[in-house]
Write a protein that binds this ligand. Structure first.
Ligand SMILES: Nc1ncnc2c1ncn2[C@@H]1O[C@H](COP(=O)(O)OP(=O)(O)O)[C@@H](O)[C@H]1O
Ligand SMILES: [Mg+2]
Length: 202
């Protein structure tokens, strides 16, 4: 399977173009780093790939077919700030079970303790909360994962544990992963190839 972004152009309102004729592609089981200076549109492209934003022109396809807007999106985006990505009025068990309850095995691999399931989001640290957001995105229905500065806010040990689990899961389920990060050593360590967004424009 291949996720393709073809000739994507995008701007917010009538402002300057953030993305202009951008081409980007990732295959199943591939881990691709996406880098560029701050403000160059990495997050915007991630949102377009995951269907949060519609491009002004161009298209996003999987194996040539446009992605259905209804139902579970096969491209899942993980944000830098997990506290913005969960419903503060839901306990963690409900947050997790929104699509389907992950296996005990996956919860353990992600370092999620049983007792955390009965807490509110505000009762968890950023690192603990991010483990939930990552786990939630690792559904059987996920084909591609966009990790947007997913572990930037976390300490080195938590970062390593989360990446180990995610990359192991992605390998097993042949999920394609896009790693958006400023952290060049991280990209070099985990990616099959690294793409600079500034080189993606036509
Ligand atoms: N909702 C928005 N409305 C207007 N401008 C935005 C919005 N979101 C981002 N931008 C602008 O778009 C540009 C690209 O942002 P972003 O995609 O977040 O870049 P990056 O992730 O590479 O730092 C920035 O100049 C940012 O200020
Ligand atoms: Mg960003």
């Amino acid at each position: 399977m291949r996720l393709n972004a073809e000739n994507i152009s995008f701007r917010y309102g009538e402002e300057r173009y953030i993305l202009k004729d951008v081409n980007f592609s990732v295959g199943s089981g591939e881990v691709v780093g996406l880098t560029a200076p701050s403000g160059f549109g990495k997050t915007t492209l991630g949102k377009i790939l995951a269907g949060y934003q519609r491009p002004e022109s161009g298209r996003v396809t999987i194996d040539g077919a446009e992605i259905k807007s209804k139902g579970y999106h096969p491209v899942q985006l993980i944000f830098q700030h997990p506290e913005k990505a969960v419903n503060p009025k839901w306990k963690m068990r409900k947050v997790l079970a929104e699509t389907e309850m992950p296996s005990r095995e996956l919860l353990e691999a992600m370092g999620i303790q049983n007792g955390w399931l009965d807490r509110w989001p505000s009762e968890l640290s950023g690192g603990e909360l991010q483990r939930f957001c990552v786990t939630r995105a690792l559904s059987e229905k996920t084909k591609f994962l966009i990790a947007d500065e997913m572990t930037t806010m976390l300490d080195a040990i938590t970062q390593a544990q989360i990446w180990n689990t995610v990359l192991g899961y992605a390998r097993l389920h042949k999920i394609g992963v896009v790693v958006i990060s400023h952290d060049q050593p991280l990209l070099e360590r985990i990616c099959d190839r690294i793409v600079n967004l500034t080189a993606c424009s036509g």
